[in-house]
Each structure stands twice: as structure tokens, then as C-alpha cells.
Design a protein around this ligand. Structure first.
Ligand SMILES: [Zn+2]
Length: 222
């Protein structure tokens, strides 16, 4: 029997720094998108609803328990709170979830089409192609459930007609995954615009690299 996973944890300061890096990277604009980080003691730090990233401070962040009860904070938590908590409850090896409306990823989300595994790093860091979950209305418990189900063996999932969700052990890694998913969607879109026939990676290579993804995910930094 394997040892139970010791969940990776972060700090509110890192959640804020990553939220602002997400803005700087062009993955969100205004108040769109949201981010969570697992804290010690079964708590989670969430970005607030309707506060611009550029002026956001640590005092704007909201601390909740894994059931969603607010422990501290003066703001309302993101309206996608349940989505974040569903993922963090389901997967103790994960420590952060990011939701964005990045343009190229959302192009695939409105097409309800997966981003295929055409570059190696997408398999190493995201576990394979980026699937698209069924359409569920924003902020609903149902959306959280379908997203969490898709992230069992992936680091990213498309939300039909909405955007992207990524996950990882730390906020910095979840942000890396969001940027990688967006970049891969842009590559696939561009290659198709060239009129090119896309070639996915060979199945054996995908299996080898997916095993690397699984190992890294199951052994989060302590
Ligand atoms: Zn959204």
C-alpha cells in the first residue's frame, strides 16, 4: 500500500503574487478568472470576486475551509469557489487551481474540442491532450463536479463555452500549466490556419510521458 499523500501547501502572499503574474502574462484581464492555493490546516486561500488584480492586496484574499465556510477575509470569495474546492478536496496531491478565459484556449472551449497532444511538454506537464468538459453554467455545483472528474489524470481542462482550468502542486506550477495550455491552443490553431495536417505524438511516447506526469503529480514537493 502506498503512503498517503502529504498535501502541498502555499501562502496567501504566493497566491497574490501568482494572481498578479497571471495578469502580467496576459492570461486574464480586469477581474476575470480566479486562483486558489491550499494552506496548512485544511484551509484554502481564494482570490476575491470583483477585485482588479492590479490593485489586489493580501487583505483582499479570502480564506475558507474545504467545505467553503469563510474563515477570514472581508471580501466575497470568487463565484467559482465550489470549482476550486471540488478539485482540492478530490485530489490531496494538488495544491492550487487556476481558472482563466485566455483567448486561444477559449476558442477550443467554444468549439467544445480538445486541444490535442501535439507537443511533448503538454503531456509531461498536463498528462495528455486537454479535454473539454460538458457545458455547465458558471458558479454551479455541477460545473465543479465535471471539472474535478476530468482532472483525475490531467493538469488542464476546457470548460465548454467558458474557458480553462488548470491545477498543480503549487500556484507557480498551476500558472505554468495555464500558460502552456494557452500556448498549445495557439500553436494548434495556427498550424490549422496554415492548412497543415496535425500529427499527434505517437501513442508510446504519450504513454511514456504521461507516466512522468503521474509520478510528478503523485510526489508533490513536501
Ligand atoms: Zn470564468
Amino acid at each position: 500500500m502506498s503512503e498517503p499523500v502529504v498535501s502541498p501547501t502555499t501562502t496567501p502572499e504566493e497566491v497574490l503574487a501568482t494572481a498578479q503574474a497571471m495578469l502580467a502574462a496576459g492570461l486574464v484581464e480586469g477581474t476575470a478568472g480566479n486562483l486558489s492555493g491550499r494552506l496548512p490546516g485544511g484551509l484554502v486561500c481564494l482570490t476575491p470576486s470583483s477585485v482588479a488584480y492590479g490593485t489586489m492586496t493580501v487583505a483582499d484574499l479570502v480564506i475558507v475551509d474545504l467545505d467553503g465556510a469563510v474563515v477570514s477575509g472581508v471580501r466575497a470569495p470568487t463565484t467559482e469557489k465550489d470549482l476550486h474546492l471540488d478539485v482540492l478536496r478530490a485530489y490531496p496531491e494538488l495544491g492550487s487551481v487556476i481558472h482563466t478565459h485566455a483567448v486561444h484556449a477559449t476558442m477550443f472551449a467554444v468549439a467544445r474540442e480538445p486541444v490535442p497532444a501535439v507537443v511533448e511538454e503538454v503531456v509531461v506537464y498536463l498528462g495528455g491532450d486537454i479535454p473539454c468538459c460538458t457545458y455547465e453554467e458558471t458558479g454551479t455545483a455541477r460545473l465543479g463536479a465535471v471539472v474535478a472528474a476530468q482532472l483525475a489524470d490531467r493538469g488542464a481542462v476546457l470548460l465548454a463555452n467558458h474557458g480553462l482550468v488548470t491545477c498543480a502542486a503549487t500556484p507557480a506550477r498551476a500558472l505554468h500549466n495555464a500558460a502552456l495550455a494557452e500556448r498549445t491552443a495557439q500553436i494548434v490553431w495556427g498550424a490549422r490556419a496554415m492548412g497543415a495536417t496535425l500529427h499527434t505524438l505517437p501513442a508510446e511516447a504519450i504513454a511514456d510521458m504521461a507516466a512522468v506526469y503521474r509520478f510528478v503529480r503523485d510526489n508533490p514537493p513536501g
